[in-house]
Structures are given as structure tokens and as C-alpha cells.
Design a protein around this ligand. Structure first.
Ligand SMILES: Nc1ncnc2c1ncn2[C@@H]1O[C@H](COP(=O)(O)OP(=O)(O)OP(=O)(O)O)[C@@H](O)[C@H]1O
Ligand SMILES: [Mg+2]
Length: 211
């Protein structure tokens, strides 16, 4: 199964969610992650790890479609910002594309081209599911709800689970670890766990009527 994190907008949390979802999912079985970002942020985070975790990160900035990591039972793919070819490759391959959005209209607007790209990709990858997820959510529920509503109106399927903004995500990266390994009792871990559960459910059962 391939889950790719895609958003051509820079900075909504593709890499952080790739690594943190890998962390949660690796509690069940070892997880493979593929870093296709020429910046190599996921690789850099992993290289900082202060202890081993059941996550294997491969680095492939050219994003070859036959990379062996993509054949693993579960592969999470991190993609770069502003790189349409990589986004299209991810859409062509993935069972699920997660689209992190910060709760800002600017982020949402910049992400809209993905909807048309996904519609095109479905011609060659009919199993594709796409799920937007609000990340870096601060304590303003109204803003989160408004952006969620706008994203749905524009055609995104939006995860019920959102991920709070917390410096603990970056602090954990100082140790090169996903939050569930660095600070298992941190409240944000439950949000990440719920997101992982929802993502797996969408792949297993999620109806996706063309959007
Ligand atoms: N939920 C969160 N709470 C707090 N900080 C976060 C959260 N998610 C991500 N960040 C931080 O926000 C910054 C951007 O996140 P990240 O690098 O994962 O985004 P990205 O989409 O991969 O960016 P790029 O497009 O440059 O690859 C990082 O410093 C990261 O640690
Ligand atoms: Mg990144």
C-alpha cells in the first residue's frame, strides 16, 4: 500500500506528517518511507534519530516509479513542493494521497490544482483516494471549520481528524523521532493515531465518488 503526502504549496506539513504517520503505523509493523524531495528533509530527520525505530527511509529525488521501496507492504512517500511531475507520479501510484493544509485560505487556494490532477490520474489509477487534512491547527475552531467547509465546497474530501499545531512536533525532530516515539504521552499523538486510523479506513472502505 502506498500513501503519498502531496501539496505543491511549501510548508503545510508533508514531511512532518509523513514521518509522524510512519511512526504511528510502525507500531504495528515496520514501515518503509520514500523521500522524493531533493531537499531531503525526511532523510535528514531520520538521520538525526537518537535510537532505532521500525522505519526505513529510502532517498530517491528522481522518484523512479520502480523504486523497490514502493513494493513494501506499506510505503509512505514524501514529495517536494512546487514539483508537478512528482505530484503526478504520486497520484499515479498511490492508494491514498494525503494533502496537508494549514488552516489558511492561501494554502487551500494553492492546493486546488490537485483536484484536477487527481481526476486525470484516476484514469490510470482508479483506486486513488485523496484526503485533505488540516495540519498546524491553532486554537481557533471557527477558522478550522471555515477552511474545512471551503475545502469541501471546492471538491476536497477532508479528514474528520485534524492535527494541532504543537512545537513538540519540531522538538521530536531534534531527536530525529516521530512524536509517538519521542513523547508517547503527548496529546497530539492521539490526533496522529486517529488520522492514521482514518487514512487506513479510507483506503479499505472509503467510497470516493470521483473526488
Ligand atoms: N502539527 C505541527 N505542529 C507544529 N509544527 C509543525 C506541524 N507540522 C509541521 N510543523 C512544522 O512546520 C514546518 C513545515 O513542516 P514540513 O517541513 O513538514 O512541511 P512540508 O510540507 O514538508 O514543507 P516543504 O514543502 O518545504 O517540503 C516544519 O518546521 C515542521 O516541523
Ligand atoms: Mg517537506
Amino acid at each position: 500500500m502506498i500513501i503519498a503526502l502531496v501539496n505543491q504549496k511549501g510548508g503545510p506539513g508533508k514531511t512532518a506528517l509523513t514521518y509522524n504517520l510512519a511512526g504511528i503505523l510502525s507500531e504495528l509493523e515496520p514501515v518503509t518511507a520514500l523521500d522524493t524531495d531533493p531537499q531531503g528533509s525526511l532523510t535528514a530527520a531520520w538521520s538525526l534519530r537518537v535510537r532505532e525505530v521500525p522505519i526505513a527511509v529510502s532517498t530517491a529525488p528522481a522518484f523512479p516509479l520502480d523504486h523497490p521501496a514502493l513494493d513494501a507492504p506499506l510505503c509512505l512517500v514524501d514529495t517536494p513542493p512546487g514539483h508537478e511531475r512528482h505530484a503526478r507520479k504520486a497520484l499515479a501510484l498511490a492508494d491514498l494521497v494525503l494533502v496537508p493544509l494549514t488552516p489558511s485560505p492561501l494554502d487551500l487556494m494553492a492546493s486546488l490544482p490537485l483536484l484536477a490532477m487527481a481526476a486525470e490520474a484516476r484514469r490510470i489509477n482508479p483506486r486513488l483516494r485523496m484526503l485533505a487534512v488540516l495540519n498546524q491547527v491553532k486554537a481557533n475552531a471557527t477558522l478550522r471549520e471555515t477552511i474545512t467547509g471551503m475545502a469541501k465546497e471546492r471538491g476536497f474530501r477532508v479528514a474528520q481528524t485534524w492535527v494541532p499545531h504543537t512545537v513538540a512536533v519540531s522538538e521530536a525532530l531534534l531527536e530525529g523521532l516521530p512524536l509517538n516515539y519521542a513523547r508517547p504521552a503527548h496529546p497530539a499523538v492521539e490526533f496522529l493515531r486517529e488520522l492514521a486510523r482514518e487514512a487506513m479506513e479510507v483506503v479499505a472502505y472509503g467510497e470516493d465518488k470521483g473526488r
